[in-house]
Design a protein around this ligand. Sequence first.
Ligand SMILES: [Zn+2]
Ligand SMILES: [Zn+2]
Length: 371
Amino acid sequence: MTAAICIVGSKNAGKTSLIERLLPELIARGRRVATIKHDAHDFEIDLPGKDTWRHRQAGSGTTIIASSTKVAMVRLTEREAPLEELLRLVDRSYDLVLVEGLRRSPLPKILVHRSELGLEPPHVLGEVWAVVSNGKTDVAPAAPRFRPDEVAALADLIEQRLLGGPSQTPAWNLPALLAEAGRMHGHLCPGQVLGVRMAILGCERLGIFDPKLSKRLIAFVETDRCGADAVQTVTGCTLGKRTLKFVDYGKLAATFLDTETGRAVRVAARESARGASERFAPEELDPHQAQLRAYKALPDDELFAVEEVRVALSEADLPGRPRHRVVCDSCGEEVNDGRDVSEGGRTHCRACATGAYYAPVGEAQRKQVRA
Ligand SMILES: [Zn+2]
Ligand SMILES: [Zn+2]
């Protein structure tokens, strides 16, 4: 379940204002943050007279209102929804949930206190990790103190204790790479998302964070479908530079070879990723959209199998000037890079030696075509 922390305090202590300041701070650090507001009394989200209110008045137990940019649901409950149920409503692409209220939950707390209100801070269950106050207060004496404007320090504490330390400076800007892949490929499809993430993962495992600049990478793509373009976008490897090799296996998989160290990793999309994407967004009716969302958000190990491999790359396959050039004894065309075949002292191109993928249109056939 997504990590969560409660911001608690008496009414008007500044809980919402603190959340308003914490959100941009955490988002700027690359965190995806959701919020939950717990109302100790009751809330009215449907204003009397509105259509959804009228639905409910007429007996609807669950009312969903949806537009092209937002979805909201009002479900009547007989008991207060337990914490786990609320947190489950937040999908797994989020790193953190800030909960306003729920002071009796076992979650860690940030207690917001404002002494001039003259109110005792509310009784809180769970551990108080921080007290936010603009004056002296003796509540939760063991907890560190912060002023309401010390959001950076508070965000540090949240990252330290809840998220395993500061986020790695994102070497990969996933949204930007996806946009670039979509432009290059013509559309942003699930294959682009998988291909982009596959390439990022391969590079990361090799410790290459600037594949386009370092020029150490050779990528072997095992498909000539969408994902192959995405690998090209992320890595900068291309067929023409001899840094992108196509191996016709019909698989969404690729191997990334560091030509400097000789290390290579093969990343293959898991067959189970398809099912995982269906489970990820069951409410999404359009399977294409569900896959797009899931493939952006699911963790690497649910999407890909990664293994360290060895790749034997011959001298003739390396980038750089052709090392070998001959002329075919049969067709007279030039053949580079040792792709020629020697037989009985004669040199042939592969087309002449073993048959070509094309057949010349002869005089008789030409007439047929014209007719
Ligand atoms: Zn595509
Ligand atoms: Zn030939």
